[in-house]
Design a protein around this ligand. Structure first.
Ligand SMILES: C[S@@+](CC[C@H](N)C(=O)[O-])C[C@H]1O[C@@H](n2cnc3c(N)ncnc32)[C@H](O)[C@@H]1O
Length: 235
């Protein structure tokens, strides 16, 4: 699978990924498990080794461009520390490194995702990207003081965990508070949560800084956004 723009295909795929809500969360799904992501990235690693395909960019290339436009608009310095939570194939970090960002870190709990990111980064010949296998809900190392944290689809995945997802969402907010500097920014892109729901999830210790425009769709006389993209600031 390769990435597309934030147009029809990817948006349709994102929309179809929208999980079914139940009270206080979503119907649990395999997408919330490490086994699922290990299998996904093992396959993608094999595709990369065989064909050089970097694999899926969650929400499409436009979702990366949207974040980069925000980073550039706000003149975030090139030495700002950035953490990509659940980096997957690490392609967001690759784009940041190409722009000259030199203090960037990607974590993922799937060793095959980190192996894939490492292979892509090596092929691109980009130094200065730190990668680590880490469960964001149970961090083994002291990660802290980041200026910016990015989440593209990871909070969505965690929300689908079959085993006490509500607790895991709470732990996510705690971990985020621990790694982000005061006044630091958290850029989240989600296909399962609306703006209001995300503000509610992150109401303790975070406030809305900006909502980033995302594509809209119309269906049956109603229109909406398939993806929510917010910038929150740690208070
Ligand atoms: C939907 S994918 C998004 C990948 C990447 N951010 C992107 O935009 O292409 C979700 C990612 O979150 C990772 N993930 C899920 N739960 C995690 C956790 N507790 N700690 C670290 N990574 C996690 C998965 O392994 C997967 O790489």
């Amino acid at each position: 699978m390769s990435a597309g723009a934030d147009g029809g295909g990817v948006v349709a795929a994102a929309r179809s990924r929208r999980a079914s809500p139940v009270e206080g969360g979503f119907v649990p799904s395999a997408l919330g498990t490490r086994e699922h992501w290990d299998a996904v990235y093992e396959k993608e690693l094999q595709m990369f080794q065989e064909y050089g395909d970097t694999g899926e960019i969650w929400f499409g290339k436009e979702s990366i461009n949207r974040l980069i436009r925000w980073i550039q608009k706000h003149k975030i310095p090139l030495d700002a520390s950035v953490l990509d939570i659940g980096t997957g194939n690490g392609v967001f970090l690759v784009e940041l490194a190409k722009l000259g960002f030199c203090n960037i870190t990607g974590i993922d709990y799937s060793p095959s995702a980190i192996q894939l990111s490492r292979s892509i980064i090596e092929k691109e010949g980009l130094p200065n990207i730190k990668l680590k296998v880490e469960d964001f809900l149970n961090l083994s190392t002291k990660l802290s003081g980041f200026h910016i944290c990015i989440d593209k689809g990871t909070f969505d995945a965690i929300s689908l965990n079959p085993d006490s997802a509500a607790e895991k969402r709470k732990q996510y907010v705690k971990s985020l508070s621990g790694v982000l500097k005061v006044k630091g920014f958290f850029l989240i892109t989600s296909c399962n949560w609306t703006k209001e729901e995300l503000l509610d999830e992150f109401c303790e210790g975070f406030e809305l800084f900006e909502e980033l425009p995302t594509p809209t769709f119309s269906f049956g006389g109603r229109s909406g956004n398939s993806v929510t993209s917010l910038v929150l600031q740690k208070t």
